[in-house]
Design a protein around this ligand. Structure first.
Ligand SMILES: *Cc1c(COP(=O)(O)O)cnc(C)c1O
Length: 482
């Protein structure tokens, strides 16, 4: 169906709702608002009836490809199904309507929830101290790196560089740079692990630490984790774990027991909360006892007679967020953890890993797999076999849209050419996994026999192939009357 802009549906005089006529004297607007704040021209608003506006936006929402409508195997993002009951819980007025300036004694329930969420996350991490303040994964990284910096400075050491594997998420070098450190790339070995010789060569008394994603963005668990921690600790450096991929290991591996000093969680990936389009997130960080005094303030503590916010941490790196974190996201995580329990949390990871390995086993016969070993919750294929037919990973992904699937992550991580990073998550049924696998196999055949089908895709979407760079650099968000 053709989509008109809401402005094109506008008819002068139409209204969404009718107000009763005034029963008080009318005052000119100039008397109420100082002239400098008054606009010169009428605002450009569409004039439409209520039913038109509801249908307009409902139709638009149906053009979206999202987790509520489609399988969404976007690797590295853990676009898993989020129980709707968690939405209802976080919207309860007792959580949604409290004000951060309220006195502690009036928000004891929320403080208890935050405290307990922290306790559960510490248990999952195997680390003794936590802050729920950071607003997203990258913000957790920033907080964690600032803590590592504070740690070295307190010991009188001015270290300058942070080691980052070449398979890392782009936020790792970004956080490093923002904190004033130099990111140094560490090569992966032929199995996709951190190359230990490279690590030893680069790890010295200038090294703040290593930022390691576990499992990595290749979907691989680095078997040398404990050895990596030892190499760092020998040189007085710290091990930072990017925990965005915790969906693969929660309840199975406790990072603190493997030598991790600092880690962040992505509550909005592993622990419920719909995300995407930069929506609200939460990136708590857990640390060792030794680093706990540097955590950002305030920290939630339990006292004899209830819960309180502790600002008295003289060595703290300070505040990293207004108020106490994105509470709505934490409420969802709390509900999610409680509804699963310890066995359930472990089961989530086991099934996420099983689903990924199931798909990988089918698809590696049709797509090149650079690191051919058991994967964790995601795996990275490559469109390299298909290149000889003149099609690229982008074309494969566009064709998937025609077959009713959101594409996987494309062209990331950078160390796999023509990368297709697939993360099915634990929620999907065998039928859905099979349907996706069939579509991918069909596309591999089409690439060989009629590549034009891929090059012209998508045919079923409202738009075909927008100029993605231009759409981001020069967005047209204002309607102009012709
Ligand atoms: C998503 C992700 C991040 C960043 O998290 P945000 O919440 O998007 O800031 C960092 N590292 C990895 C491995 C990720 O997948």
């Amino acid at each position: 169906m053709e989509t008109k802009l809401i402005f094109e549906k506008s008819k002068a005089g139409r209204r969404g709702c009718a107000l009763p006529s005034l029963d008080v004297p009318q005052k000119p607007i100039e008397k109420l608002i100082p002239p400098e704040f008054l606009r010169k021209d009428e605002p450009l608003l569409p004039e439409v009836g209520e039913v038109e506006i509801v249908r307009h936006y409902t139709h638009l929402s149906h053009k979206n490809v999202g987790v509520d409508t489609h399988f969404y195997p976007l690797g590295s993002c853990t676009m898993k199904w989020n129980p709707k009951v968690n939405e209802a819980l976080s919207a309860l007025p007792g959580f949604a309507r409290i004000h951060p300036y309220q006195l502690e004694e009036t928000v004891q329930g929320t403080l208890e929830l935050l405290y307990l969420t922290g306790e559960y996350l510490k248990e999952i991490a195997g680390l003794p101290a936590i802050s729920l303040a950071p607003a997203a994964g990258a913000h957790g990284e920033l907080t964690g790196v600032l803590i590592m910096r504070a740690y070295h400075l307190e010991r009188g050491e001015k270290r300058t560089k942070i080691l980052i594997p070449d398979s890392a998420h782009g936020t790792n070098p970004a956080s490093t740079t923002i904190c004033g450190f130099k990111p140094v790339e560490i090569k992966s070995d032929s199995r996709g692990n951190v190359d230990l010789a490279e690590l030893s060569k680069n790890c010295d008394r200038e090294t703040v630490g290593l930022m390691l994603t576990i499992p990595s963005t290749l979907g691989l668990f680095d078997n040398n984790l404990v050895e990596i921690a030892n190499i760092l600790h020998e040189k007085g450096a710290l091990l930072y774990m990017d925990g965005a991929n915790l969906n693969a290991i929660m309840g199975i591996v406790r990072p603190g027991e493997c030598g991790v000093d600092v880690m962040h969680f992505n509550l909005h990936k592993t622990f419920s909360t719909p995300h995407g389009m930069g929506g609200p997130g939460s990136g708590p960080i857990a640390v060792t006892e030794e680093l706990s005094k540097f955590l950002p303030v305030p920290i939630i503590i339990r006292k004899k007679d209830g819960y309180a916010l502790n600002y008295n941490l003289p060595k703290s790196i300070g505040r990293v967020k207004t108020w106490y974190g994105n509470i709505g996201v934490i409420v969802r995580a709390f509900a999610y953890i409680l509804s699963l329990g310890p066995e359930g949390a472990r089961r989530v990871s086991e099934i996420a890993v099983l689903n990924a390995n199931y798909l990988m086993a089918i698809l590696k016969k049709h797509y090149y797999l650079k690191y051919d070993r058991f994967c964790m919750h995601e795996f990275v294929l490559s469109g390299n076999y298909q290149k000889k037919y003149g099609v690229k990973t982008l074309d494969i992904s566009k064709r998937l849209l025609d077959k009713g699937f959101h594409p996987p992550t494309n062209y990331f991580p950078l160390i796999v050419e023509e990368a297709l990073m697939i993360e099915p998550t634990e929620n999907e049924s065998l039928e859905t996994l099979n349907a996706f696998a069939n579509a991918m196999v069909e596309i591999a055949n089409e690439a060989k026999e009629s590549p034009q089908l891929l090059l012209c895709a998508p045919q079923t979407m409202p738009i075909g192939r927008p100029d993605e760079v231009r759409a981001a650099r020069e967005p047209v968000v204002r309607w102009r009357q012709k």
